[in-house]
Design a protein around this ligand. Structure first.
Ligand code: AMP
Ligand code: ZN
Length: 137
């Protein structure tokens, strides 16, 4: 179930070489070509899913368990000070490759990764109204 002209289908299935640090029947994990920090890796399913909304539930569970394990190993190997897991869905959210992937980003004191956002403000009433909306099925 790979998609024509999808770069991550090609990388995940070994048609395009990558600096792979882990592979099993479902996933490949390889180093990002444009790392936000030393050791920035991408965890990619071998099957094509465009984003989180499309991703198979079983693979979703496996992806998180694998990310947890690799994050632990990477933290030990790289002696980083922190760790971000990131996942973008849609152009507006910063997705540039439309094949589901998890970013595994080791963080170091003083690094320039700059993974942050501007904090907004919301009143308790606004939050309650929004929570009520989101609770609705
Ligand atoms: P996103 O913006 O969340 O879709 O992330 C896509 C990521 O894929 C970016 O961090 C890119 O640097 C990375 N990337 C794109 N092409 C390649 C490639 N051929 N090998 C490794 N990483 C890549
Ligand atoms: Zn793909």
């Amino acid at each position: 179930m790979s998609k024509n002209n999808c770069i991550f289908c090609k990388i995940a299935n070994g048609e395009i070489p990558s600096s792979t640090l882990y592979e099993d029947e479902d996933f490949r994990v390889f180093l990002d070509l444009n790392p936000a920090a030393r050791g920035h890796a991408l965890l990619v399913p071998k099957k094509h899913f465009e984003n989180l909304f499309e991703l198979d539930d079983e693979l979703c569970k496996k992806a998180m368990v694998l990310a947890k394990r690799l994050a632990g190993q990477m933290k030990e190997a790289l002696d980083c000070d922190g760790f971000n897991l990131m996942q973008n869905n849609g152009e507006t959210a910063g997705q540039t490759v439309f094949h589901f992937h998890l970013h595994l980003i080791p963080r170091y004191k003083g690094d320039m990764a700059g993974i942050t956002w501007n904090q907004g403000k919301a009143s308790p009433e606004e939050l309650e109204e929004l929570a009520a909306l989101l609770r609705k099925k």
